[in-house]
Design a protein around this ligand. Structure first.
Ligand code: ZN
Ligand code: ZN
Length: 372
């Protein structure tokens, strides 16, 4: 497994989830021939997302065994028959650096065809989530190689782009492009509150800042907010995790908004109780955008009077499509010119996946990636 000539051989190591809540193991697979219209990519980085923790623990109904990893960046190893360009039309050659979207919408269900909402596709195929090794041996990014199917959104990464910066918001960036560009756009001059300071919260804050909003991050712990500030993300950060007391945060938000509350509050915590707190941060007539409740964390108590009294627009946003990844990649130069995104990332060797997951679970790192 530690053979230095490994890449010369026909095998690929991959992190396989065999049983929920059990240690993850590296397994060797034969390197498949790239499918027609697809490609084989040598993974350089596989991102660890909060969703992966839930997958590993069995909180989501997914088929096993499974190679994990739905975010990735790597170099083209072999192009399948008929593959000549990336999804936006750039010529593609072996050795080019690429990123790819985690899922492929079916194109034929009610959401895809009639609602024009491919994020709601009932038949999404998602790398690292619902592609079991029995049918798709290398369909996750926590591996030396990944086999990408035809129909995958693949975007060539320019040589000027720092790969770690691109990986910093690999899943969170496109998720927030969908949420903010389509579901509820922030506007220049608005006061925007972001609840949560993980990758999704920091992506929300950075994109809202790019739009010209004044952004207050409500999150924690202190070290995480310090890293965010060092990266230039958030005009103001309010620490609430260590104290658990939001009284000061409500006051500070009011003080920043002539006593009214935020024009837009974006929930990026994944904690059900945060929704009740968030409704009280929005001004009357404002908007509440809920993005963080991707995994079902259970019920939350809240007072629905707050929604009526404040006449809130409450909006949900689910996942993203390949088009949102393309938009995220297009925004990367603007994002990296303003924010130190690579400073958010900690890289771990592929065979230290357990240590990396522990760091993500305990909040020891903001964004972990596995490096091959
Ligand atoms: Zn993700
Ligand atoms: Zn569909």
């Amino acid at each position: 497994m530690n053979n230095p000539d490994f890449r010369a051989g026909p095998k690929a190591r991959a992190v396989v989830l065999r049983d929920f809540a059990q240690p993850l193991a590296l397994t060797e697979f034969d390197l498949p021939t790239p499918p027609d219209g697809g490609m084989t990519v040598a993974c350089r980085y596989g991102g660890i997302c909060g969703t992966d923790l839930h997958l590993a623990e069995g909180h989501l109904d997914v088929p096993l065994p499974l190679v994990l990893g739905h975010e990735g960046l790597g170099t083209v190893h072999r192009l399948g028959e008929g593959t000549t360009t990336d999804t936006v039309g750039h010529p593609l050659a072996v050795g080019d650096t690429v990123m790819w979207a985690s899922s492929i919408a079916c194109g034929s269900c009610h959401a895809c065809r009639t609602l024009r909402e491919p994020t709601l596709c009932a038949g999404r195929r998602t790398y690292g989530v619902n592609r079991p090794t029995t049918e798709h041996p290398l369909a996750g990014s926590w591996a030396d190689f990944i086999s990408l199917d035809p129909g995958t959104t693949v975007v060539r990464v320019s040589p000027e782009t720092d790969p770690l910066a691109a990986m910093s918001l690999a899943c969170a960036g496109p998720t927030m492009v969908h949420a903010l560009w389509e579901r509820c756009p922030p506007r220049a001059g608005q006061t925007v509150v972001v609840q949560g300071s993980g990758p999704v919260g920091l992506a929300a804050a950075a994109l809202a800042q790019l739009c010209g909003a004044y952004v207050i991050i409500v999150g924690g712990p202190p070290a995480r907010l310090k890293t965010a500030r060092a990266a230039g993300i958030g005009d103001r950060c309010l620490e609430v995790v260590s104290s658990g007391d939001l009284g000061g945060a409500y006051e500070a938000i009011a003080a920043c908004s002539d006593g009214r509350g935020a024009d837009l509050v974006i929930e990026c915590t994944g904690v059900p109780q945060a929704v009740e707190q968030g409704t009280r941060m929005v001004r009357r007539g404002g908007s509440y955008l809920i993005v963080g409740q991707y995994t079902d964390g259970g019920n939350a108590w809240f007072n629905p009077h707050q929604i009526v009294y404040r006449q809130l627009r409450v909006i949900g946003s689910w996942a993203f499509t390949g088009a949102h990844l393309i938009e995220y990649m297009r925004l990367l130069p603007a994002l990296t010119a303003r924010f130190d995104l690579s400073g958010l990332v900690t890289a771990f060797p592929l065979d230290q996946v357990e240590q990396a997951l522990r760091q993500v679970a305990t909040g020891g790192v903001i964004k972990a990636v596995l490096a091959t």
